[in-house]
Design a protein around this ligand. Structure first.
Ligand SMILES: Cc1cc2nc3c(=O)[nH]c(=O)nc-3n(C[C@H](O)[C@H](O)[C@H](O)COP(=O)(O)OP(=O)(O)OC[C@H]3O[C@@H](n4cnc5c(N)ncnc54)[C@H](O)[C@@H]3O)c2cc1C
Length: 473
């Protein structure tokens, strides 16, 4: 009864474009990038303004119906997927996609939360500025989703994660009140940093409707190189050298194993082997700047140093933007290559940067001991200590056995990670997928504080329930 009454009230308030109820219309909102799905929602609300979000949330609260804020559904921990019981209302921000204001002197930009990351980057570029967040899903993920997951990406080592890139926020709280924190201040030390609570909260504390973003000067020159190395120890030593040698202008330092180069070539037929010989490890490195600096000389000096020390064995330097894009294609296509392999273990862990070689060795030993036929693919953002230590199950394994097998391997991996005091989630968040591993590692004090925050913001437990923390029973 309550559900029918809610749908009728929403239909009246949001109109035909603002509410989808037919299963065919809702299919787009029930699966994420990886193809995971749980169930159908009660309906999909598509508010076009902050006022409509407020009205939607108030109606949900009045009718006791749980809500799922949804961005570009590129999240990878099932946080934005409607529950299997069919009782949740999806609230999609996709119609709230306005650039509200750009101030190129203050290097700030105010946007609706439903803006797609790519369009925000384009709008900044039109004003000779840059919004530096860059990730594989930027053509579909939304700023609200980036905020809710505290997204990082390829340039974190230079610009930080969303926590460092957001100056102000506008949030509709679970009871329908509006928190207007849309300040464009670079320095603001008044009391508790409320906005930081919403960054990384995965839609469990409120719906982000707007944000003020921090911009940087637009890079006018970029140099990209793909380098071949023979050990992880050499990769880490080269990273230390690059940080010191490149005047802090290093904007990407990506680790790619040989297997990923092969997967990329399988996925994109136009890619060919980047060097005459193959190497166990590759580094995709980028430096960028906006002033009159000789980046070419800087990169050449780094490579000379790397070769003299025996760290870099070979390299391909991009001589143009087109060539740079080709090198980046290896990084992008390898994800598609993995996806084509079907179900596999995906992780987004982190360890201290200097511990990466020891961690990969120990974790590989532990995983291979339990599953000698599996294939490990470890790649990631070295400068953030963030690895995707992924595992493809044995090719001959029956489909029905894969999930449990991969879960057991994940537990082994996380045990090794605990020994390195690492994080089980450096990127994608907790959602539903990582919940039990997260809870198992929370101290009693941390759990009490986390539950207290949730109860303070959402006493009725209606905002994205069951994500991060279990639903209140
Ligand atoms: C190919 C690929 C590459 C990726 N690379 C990276 C990477 O390099 N670094 C990285 O950090 N992540 C990466 N991700 C995952 C990343 O978390 C998401 O891409 C992105 O930040 C999520 O945005 P979204 O709009 O798709 O959110 P969704 O998937 O729709 O939602 C994600 C979570 O945010 C909540 N949410 C969404 N919008 C709002 C809102 N307006 N208010 C409140 N809560 C909201 C949802 O309820 C859900 O819990 C990658 C994903 C893919 C598919």
């Amino acid at each position: 009864m309550q559900r029918d009454a809610l749908v009728a009230a929403l239909s009246q308030r949001l109109g035909e474009r603002g509410l989808l109820r037919e299963p065919d219309d809702m299919t787009r909102y029930v699966a994420d990038w990886a193809g995971d799905r749980l169930g159908m929602p009660l309906a999909v609300a598509r508010p076009a303004s902050t006022e409509e979000v407020i009205a939607t949330v108030r109606l949900c609260r009045d009718h006791g119906v749980p809500m799922v804020p949804q961005g570009g559904h590129s999240g990878l921990v099932a946080g934005a997927l409607p529950a299997a019981d069919g009782g949740e209302l999806v609230i999609s921000l996709e119609r709230m996609n306005r650039i509200r204001a750009i101030d190129p002197i203050s290097f700030t930009m105010a946007v609706d939360a439903g803006c797609i990351l790519e369009s925000v980057k384009q709008a900044a570029a039109e004003h000779e500025c840059e919004f530096p967040l860059a990730l594989g899903a930027q053509g579909s993920c939304q700023i609200g989703g980036n905020i809710a997951t505290n997204a990082g990406g390829l340039n974190v080592l230079r610009y930080g994660m969303m926590r460092q890139l957001v100056l102000g926020l506008e949030v509709v709280l679970p009871d329908g009140r509006l928190w207007d924190g849309m300040t464009a201040l670079h320095k603001d030390n008044r009391g508790y940093a409320l906005k930081q609570l919403f960054l990384g909260s995965e839609g469990t504390l409120g719906i982000v409707t707007g944000a003020v973003l921090k911009l940087t000067p637009r890079a006018t020159q970029t140099r990209t190189a793909l380098l071949g190395l023979d050990s992880l120890e050499a990769v880490i030593e080269l990273y230390g050298l690059a940080r010191c040698d490149c005047s802090d202008l290093l904007s990407a330092f990506e680790l790619i194993p040989r297997r990923c180069i092969e997967l990329a070539m399988e996925a994109t037929s136009t890619l060919s082997d980047p060097m005459d010989h193959s190497y166990p490890w590759y580094v995709l490195l980028e430096v960028s700047a906006s002033g009159p600096l000789d980046l070419g000389a800087m990169l050449e000096h780094l490579l000379e140093q790397g070769m003299e020390r025996g760290l870099v064995l070979d390299g391909a330097l991009a001589a143009s933007e087109v060539q740079s894009r080709q090198l980046w294609q290896f990084r992008e296509s390898m994800l598609e290559g993995q996806r084509r392999r079907g179900e596999h273990l995906r992780t987004d862990i982190s360890v201290p940067i200097s511990a990466i070689p020891a961690f990969v060795e120990e974790a590989s030993r532990s995983v291979m001991e339990a599953s000698p036929e599996c294939e490990i693919i470890a790649y990631g953002h070295v400068g953030d200590g963030n690895l995707h230590f992924n595992v493809l199950p044995p090719p001959a394994m029956p489909e029905a056995e894969k999930r449990a097998h991969l879960h057991a391997l994940e537990e082994r991996l996380f045990e090794v990670l605990d020994g390195f005091v690492g994080s089980i989630s450096a990127e994608h968040g907790i959602g539903r997928t990582k919940q039990s591993a997260y809870l198992a590692r929370l101290s009693p004090v941390e759990r009490e504080l986390a539950e207290g925050i949730k109860a303070l913001f959402d006493p009725d437990g209606l905002m994205n329930p069951g994500r991060i923390l279990p639903p209140r029973g």
